[in-house]
Every structure is written in structure tokens, then in C-alpha cells.
Design a protein around this ligand. Structure first.
Ligand code: AMP
Length: 126
């Protein structure tokens, strides 16, 4: 089945510079910025610059260079935000996909949340 990407989504607009963002890190293939409604002291969104709707889309179709860049960017952000497990208290990483994942913005993003205990992973359906 083909993935459908809507280039009018808000993160596509951020990537085109049409909407401002608070950038944490930018690399060749990846942009990371602060969530506009943070749910924790650290709440960073990491997105590929390519047009991928979800993590499964990215993992299946992105180039090796994009995947390595995205993964290494996550490591760098964890170091920059002092949430790594080598010397800190850790974090939660979430990527919602589609209706069951309750994804609001249809451009792949990973939430990196830290700075407090995050509680149970999955809440009752809502
Ligand atoms: P999700 O439900 O996983 O699709 O999450 C979408 C996230 O994008 C939410 O946490 C929003 O607060 C966040 N968000 C929406 N618009 C913006 C924006 N312009 N800048 C930064 N974060 C945003």
C-alpha cells in the first residue's frame, strides 16, 4: 500500500520556513525543535526533512543516510538536553502513527520527553 503525504501539514510548513520554530538541532536530513505545548521540562520533536508520514514509512523507504542521520541526531539531542542514561535519569521517546496512534501532525516526528517521571506508558483510550 502506498503512503500518502500531505505537504500542507504544519511540520512541512516549518521545514519550508513558513512557520517559526525553536530549533534545538539541525543536520543534513533532520530537524529537532521544541514542542509548542511541552508536556515535560524537556519536550523535543525530531523530524526527518524528507516527506515521511510515519516511522514505518521512514524505516521502510528512507535512505541509509537519512536513517543514520536521524538516529544520530536523537543521540545528540539526548546529550544536549542532559537526559542520557550514562549520567542522567533517562527519557521517553514516542512516535504516534495514524488514527490508532492518535497522530495529530502527519509528518513523522519522534517526541523526546524528559526532566520528570513520565508515568504509565499508555493511558485508557480517549
Ligand atoms: P502528535 O499527536 O504525535 O502528532 O503530536 C503533535 C505535536 O506537535 C503536539 O505535541 C503539538 O503540541 C506539537 N505541535 C503542533 N504544532 C506545533 C508547532 N507549530 N511547533 C511545535 N510543536 C507543534
Amino acid at each position: 500500500m502506498a503512503y500518502t503525504y500531505d505537504d500542507q501539514n504544519i511540520f512541512a510548513k516549518i521545514l519550508r520556513g513558513e512557520i517559526p520554530n525553536t530549533t534545538v538541532l539541525e543536520t543534513d536530513h533532520t530537524l529537532a525543535f521544541r514542542d509548542i505545548e511541552p508536556q515535560a521540562p524537556v519536550h523535543v520533536l525530531v523530524i526527518p526533512k524528507g516527506a515521511y508520514v510515519s516511522y514505518d514509512h521512514f524505516a521502510a523507504q528512507a535512505s541509509d543516510a537519512e536513517i543514520v542521520d536521524f538516529t544520530r541526531a536523537i543521540a545528540k539531542i539526548c546529550q544536549m538536553e542532559d537526559i542520557t542514561l550514562d549520567d542522567n535519569d533517562g527519557f521517553r521517546m514516542i512516535s504516534n502513527a495514524g488514527a490508532h496512534g492518535v497522530q495529530e501532525v502527519p509528518h513523522l516526528h519522534v517526541h523526546i520527553l524528559g526532566g520528570r517521571r513520565m508515568g504509565r506508558m499508555v493511558q485508557p483510550a480517549g
